[in-house]
Ligand binder design. Structure first.
Ligand SMILES: [Zn+2]
Length: 624
């Protein structure tokens, strides 16, 4: 079926699909309800049967729902190459067949999520004609996204004995493993983060190879060796649907890209008519349902939620049940997408195909749709910690949200600092737009309004922005940094004093890098103080992460123009290596150290007044 035929088929069903999504509100976790596919579809059925038929796969409903069923050969940051197995080979073969199955593509193209993709692309294409005049001038100032492999190679060559063909699968497996390891800090078995990351490689293989922002790893074979052990060594009743959903995501990415590309090529007047005849721009709910599947949220979360440490929050297929009941929990989970939207807003406007919630909001509502967006993401974390709705999982998901904040700023794909450094070289108007707030204007927070999404159906923000005093920022910081039940009143007071001291400096100093860079030491002291009870027994891992608190402040948040010789890729690899090493510590110590780290770094990003996500998004609101 040709792309045009696919699109026309989807277009003829827009009204039925919109009404399905609005009135029946399909469960976002269910591919069947989202009308993606049923388990009886042959390519999916074959994969599920093979997965369940593995000799060591636990019987249905056995706890935990995600578990290691065979010992992996690969150990991140230790092994010289990834390992593969014959079971993994066979599963990879079926998974790839399913991803590229023509029947499956056709089913996905005819569903409501393809319709949402058409509406999103039309919304952005039409909106850009009004709110996107800045795009060409700003686009040339930022670096090109992709090709991060060359930067990572400098770090990986020592493990891979100088062989790129060994390093490439390790890089992609560790990249996804890092997301799980940073987010699911209550899973004590680090093999689950690694193997879960390996499974998720199926989604990038089909998305990246040959794309405009190809990371440069190589062809599909690289991704197959990266995912092999994930498919062979992880099992349980959450893992089978997780693998199915990762495959569906990979297949849907193809559909979505094709639909977007064709829509974007159409005449603007035609797209205006399409929106006008079909009840207007994509809605936040339609967009996010589609984006959940496009961003691999479902399979990814099933893996983590099914494992010991989280399975009390999930059903036996790894569904995080409270996301259906508490809007604050849902939003904190969705922050894994929204930090991506914030860091990617300029890339997606200039180099990508525009599938980005922040860009859609700007296109539909202008600057008011995204003013304060990054403050709202921070508020989502702080508010979920305090929700008293009675559901379980608020603290856990607050931790996941902080990790999302770190991940997109630190992985060497989005180059947050290089983007801001580039924008500082623009015209005075652009420099002003993207500069951090002035002293006296930095103590700003958002408060969200009730809801599951962050916007109304007409893309008005469901948050307000207000000023706060230093103590408001300090109490948020301490809530993030200190693991519940392990700190004394004395530690709280000392952390309170240190946080007050560093945040007072952050609020009052001019934007003068030589003055701001040394504040790194004060953020490090906050991390130290939070862990004072653990320092004697775990001085090594604490010192290694302490150093990274400082390096992230210097290199990524304030920026030192590369003067200390640090690189984005090195910070990522060092952080991931040291953070993952904490999983070999006694459980409570490891958890307290990881929480203090996520809390300190996310606070230094989001409360200091130099939030790089805010600079990027707010800059766009000032020029759009
Ligand atoms: Zn709640």
């Amino acid at each position: 079926m040709s792309i045009n035929a696919i699109e026309l088929l989807a277009e003829s069903r827009i009204s039925a699909h919109r009404s399905y999504l609005k009135t029946l509100t399909p469960d976002i976790w269910s591919p069947k309800e989202c009308l993606l596919v049923e388990d009886s579809e042959p390519s999916i059925h074959g994969l599920i049967s093979l997965c369940e038929g593995r000799s060591n796969n636990p019987s249905p409903g056995s706890e935990p729902y995600t578990q290691v069923i065979a010992e992996p050969g690969y150990v991140p940051y230790t092994s010289g190459k990834v390992s593969t197995t014959t079971v993994g080979d066979e599963m990879c073969r079926l998974a790839v067949e399913a991803v590229f199955s023509k029947d499956l593509q056709q089913l996905l193209s005819a569903g409501p999520l393809a319709t949402a993709a058409i509406l999103a692309a039309a919304t952005v294409a039409v909106g850009k004609t009004k709110a996107g005049k800045w795009i060409p001038e700003v686009g040339v100032l930022i670096p090109k996204k992709g090709n991060e492999v060359l930067a990572l190679w400098q770090e990986y060559r020592k493990w891979a004995s100088g062989k790129m063909e060994h390093a490439a699968p390790m890089m992609i497996r560790d990249f996804f493993g890092s997301a799980l390891a940073w987010q699911f800090i209550r899973i004590n078995d680090g093999r689950i983060h690694d193997l879960g990351g390996a499974i998720m490689c199926i989604t990038t293989g089909s998305d990246f190879v040959g794309s405009a922002d190809d990371p440069g790893l190589g062809d599909m074979e690289i991704y197959l060796s990266a995912m092999n052990e994930g498919l062979a060594c992880l099992g349980g009743s959450a893992v089978t649907p997780a693998i199915r959903d990762a495959v569906l995501c990979a297949a849907f990415m193809q559909t979505r890209k094709a639909v977007t590309a064709v829509t974007m090529k159409r005449d603007i007047e035609e797209l205006k008519r399409l929106l006008a005849n079909n009840n207007g721009p994509v809605t936040p709910g339609e967009f996010m349902t589609m984006r959940w599947w496009e961003a691999a949220m479902v399979g990814y979360h099933r893996i983590g939620l099914g494992a010991d440490g989280y399975r009390h929050l999930a059903d036996d297929t790894g569904v995080f049940t409270a996301t259906r009941k508490c809007g604050k929990i849902r939003r904190a989970v969705d922050n894994l997408i929204r930090y991506d939207e914030a860091v990617d807003i300029i890339f997606d406007a200039t180099q990508g195909d525009g599938l980005n919630e922040a860009l859609v909001a700007m296109s539909a509502a202008g600057s008011k749709g995204i003013a304060g967006y990054a403050h709202a993401l921070a508020a989502v974390t702080d508010e979920v910690f305090h929700c008293d709705c009675g559901e379980e999982g608020h603290i856990d998901v607050g931790e996941m949200s902080m990790a999302s904040c770190l991940w997109y700023a630190i992985i060497p794909r989005y180059l947050i600092r290089a983007q801001l450094d580039g924008l500082e070289k623009g015209s005075p108007a652009i420099q002003n737009a993207f500069a951090p707030a002035k002293p006296g204007e930095r103590n700003v927070i958002a408060q969200t309004l009730p809801g599951e999404q962050l916007h109304t159906d007409s893309w008005d923000p469901l948050w307000t922005v207000t000023g706060t005093d230093i103590s408001g920022l300090v109490s948020r910081t301490l809530k993030r940094v200190l693991l519940e039940d392990v700190y004394s009143e004395e530690i709280y007071h000392r952390c309170n004093d240190i946080a007050t001291d560093v945040l007072t400096d952050c609020m009052s100093m001019e934007y003068d890098k030589p003055q701001l860079l040394p504040l790194s030491e004060k953020w490090c002291r906050l991390f130290d103080e939070a862990l004072i009870n653990f320092r004697e027994d775990f001085s090594g891992p604490i010192a290694a992460l302490r150093e990274l608190v400082g390096r992230i402040w210097i290199h990524l948040i304030i920026g030192d123009n590369g003067e200390n010789g640090d690189t984005h890729a090195r910070i990522f690899v060092d952080m991931d290596r040291h953070f993952r090493s904490t999983y070999s510590l006694p459980a409570l110590a490891g958890r307290a150290i990881r929480r203090a780290y996520l809390g300190t770094v996310s606070s230094s990003m989001e409360f200091s007044g130099f939030n790089p996500y805010h600079c990027l998004v707010e800059g766009v609101t000032r020029i759009c």
